[in-house]
Ligand binder design. Structure first.
Ligand SMILES: [Zn+2]
Length: 649
């Protein structure tokens, strides 16, 4: 038997909303009072006098929505708007290679934040949004003595009374009207977080002016375009009004996305876009945040929209800049809203110019002149010689080696034998093979054919050999420093015979960890490092984002303070930014966990293709090869080199 209980809310705001996740509404029904325990974020909106309907099995005078299987609706005019069960939706985000084959996927779940753990995860993510030592994002409260503490992580105990019963009291900057949606990664690996993003939804902001290109200001622009009642009455603190009053009156046709925060490791991979899409569904289906009138529009004011197509890619339209110069974008949810947006874009002289579009990728502003012809490797041979000399070893060891017939031996072996290979312009090559088989040597032979590279290496070696101690030791031995440098470079980068023919317009950028690396000033913020190369701040941010450094906090960090995995991504970004037409990279993504490596590899490959860069990438990781989706594989195995189209049998 399903019971239907209807009543009006009688308890006040403080009692209804105790914390984000803990609240209760007391209903005055025909059969007396019924207390319904539910998350505080929802209960806060069910203001005094609201008519509420609870449906479920044998409903008594105490209902706990976390325990009982119930449906709850609130009355608004002549409609019932669903309140519980809370919104939940799923989406699969497939990440594919250039051929459209799936490389990996995200199984995402979007749901309203209703548990304590959800809000603690939100605080954790919010830190990435604002974090710096000064910006504290959370306020915690002691349940025993009421003392509040500002910290970014949950305090062990209350600093006043020592109680361990301390809970999250406020997320700074949010409103009593705010609603939160979390994004769960359902197929998370052990080492991955469960909650990778959150979206905060508020009522529309109270006032907005528009800044015109000539510096003029147009007041209350939204009301003129869409009508007064779409945005008002909104949540707007006023003298003489309690939170209860303001929540009670607040009833608009617009929702505002106030925050989209994605875990830094998952940015620039579509999760932000999917999160916005999930939030839009939530707003439309449940009329978030108020749960009252139908929603016509979702609005967002976001500087980041200039640098990232996150909103536009899910149907948001750029309308104007606010009085403070930040872009204002909207997503129409109804035909009525679509018509108003269309009309504005058609009639407004400024909007006619931009046509509703804001973000433009700047990647193609990097000028890359593709290799004008293939790189040709002809009849190339390279041997390595190792000499075993037993003199100077302890007598006992010499005896042992003699027993094996080893006294003095010169071991000479081919690393590369009769290699003939053509590397076509604008293609991506992955070099694979057992370690020590000659992969790096092959890369060195190509690099060594570039006179500029060879000069640079000699210069670098000379510097190292010219320290007072080393140079004195060498001169005692009668060694000429310059000759030694030439000899060392020849041994590493020149073939014994055969040759590598490079196109005249070659512009090489190479990375062999510990040997050849882009020169990066250690104490400069990384955004500035990229800015110095590109001369364009938006472009610098775009390359960093697409290289997997999508955290504004990291932008400001000096290179030296980054983790090895972050440094690796900055080096890749730096190489892309240089405008080189040939990238040679050894140990690609070696410091990154499998999923991060795949994200970085996939983005790196697409940037190379967009810019017409030829890339030769050495890796031994199959998942990285899949994510790169190269045009060709080069197999190197103890002297032998072969080439195959990627994906061919
Ligand atoms: Zn206390």
């Amino acid at each position: 038997m399903t019971d239907v209980v209807k009543g009006r809310v009688v308890n006040g705001y403080q009692d209804r909303r105790r914390t984000y996740w803990d609240g209760r509404v007391v209903l005055d029904t025909e059969d007396g009072k019924v207390t319904v325990r539910m998350p505080g974020v929802i209960a806060g909106w069910l203001t005094k006098g609201t008519e509420v309907k609870v449906e479920g099995r044998s409903i008594g005078d105490e209902v706990d929505v976390f325990e009982a299987d119930v449906e709850i609706h609130r009355r608004h005019d002549d409609e019932w708007v669903q309140v519980w069960p809370p919104f939940e939706a799923e989406a699969t985000l497939e990440r594919t290679d250039v051929l459209g084959r799936e490389v990996y996927r995200y199984e995402l779940k979007f749901r309203e934040a209703i548990h304590r753990e959800d809000y603690e995860a939100i605080v954790g993510l919010e830190q990435y949004h604002y974090a710096s030592e000064k910006d504290v994002v959370a306020v915690w409260r002691c349940a025993e003595c009421g003392r509040t503490v500002r910290e970014n992580i949950k305090p062990e105990k209350c600093p006043k009374c020592g109680s361990r019963n301390v809970y999250l009291w406020a997320i700074r900057g949010s409103l009593p009207a705010s609603r939160f949606m979390v994004v769960e990664l359902q197929n998370a690996e052990e080492y991955e977080p469960d909650i990778v993003a959150y979206v905060r939804v508020d009522p529309p902001i109270p006032k907005m002016n528009r800044r015109l290109p000539d510096g003029g200001v147009e007041r209350n622009i939204r009301e003129k375009v869409f009508g007064e009642d779409w945005f008002h009455p909104t949540f707007e603190p006023r003298r003489g009004k309690t939170v209860e009053d303001i929540l009670h009156e607040c009833d608009t046709h617009v929702a505002r996305i106030a925050r989209v925060v994605v875990h830094p490791e998952y940015r620039a991979d579509g999760i932000g876009r999917e999160s916005v899409r999930g939030a839009v569904r939530w707003i439309k289906e449940r009329r978030i945040p108020e749960m009252k009138s139908e929603k016509h529009l979702v609005e967002v004011i976001a500087q980041m929209a200039r640098y990232h197509p996150i909103f536009e890619s899910v149907g948001f339209v750029y309308l104007w800049d606010t009085g403070s110069g930040r872009p204002y974008l909207v997503k129409p949810l109804t035909d009525e809203a679509k018509a108003k947006v269309r009309e504005f874009l058609r009639k407004d002289p400024v909007a006619r110019q931009h046509g509703g579009r804001l973000y433009v990728s700047r990647l193609r502003n990097i000028e890359v002149e593709p290799l004008e012809e293939p790189i040709r490797i002809e009849d190339l041979n390279k041997t390595f010689t190792t000499e075993l000399d037993v003199s100077g070893l302890p007598e006992e060891l010499v005896e042992l080696l003699r027993a094996f017939g080893v006294i003095h031996r010169k071991i000479q072996q081919y690393v590369l034998q009769d290699v003939n290979l053509e590397i076509e312009p604008e293609k991506i090559y992955v070099v694979v093979g057992p370690s020590g088989a000659g992969k790096t040597t092959l890369a060195r032979m190509i690099m060594g054919a570039d006179p500029e590279f060879v000069e640079g290496m000699k210069r670098k070696l000379l510097e190292e050999l010219s320290s007072p101690v080393v140079s004195r030791a060498l001169s005692t031995l009668g060694v000429d420093v310059r000759e030694l440098a030439d000899e060392l470079v020849r041994e590493m980068y020149e073939p014994d015979d055969g040759e590598v023919i490079l196109p005249d317009n070659l512009k090489l950028a190479a990375m062999i960890p510990g040997e050849v690396e882009p020169e990066i000033p250690p104490y400069k913020p990384i955004i500035e490092i990229l800015y110095d190369v590109t001369g364009d701040a938006s472009l610098a941010a775009e390359i960093l984002n697409r290289s997997g450094i999508a955290d504004a906090v990291l932008y400001r960090s000096p290179y030296e303070r980054l983790s090895p995995g972050q440094k690796e991504r900055v080096r890749l970004a730096r190489m892309i930014a240089e405008g080189a037409n040939l990238l040679v990279i050894d140990e690609f993504c070696s410091h990154l966990d499998p999923k991060t490596a795949m994200r970085v590899a996939r983005n790196f490959s697409s940037m190379c293709r967009e810019l017409g860069i030829t890339a030769l990438i050495i890796t031994h990781r199959p998942e990285v090869v899949d994510a790169l989706a190269p045009d060709y594989m080069i197999y190197v195995g103890h002297g032998v080199v072969g080439k195959k189209r990627y994906g061919a049998d």
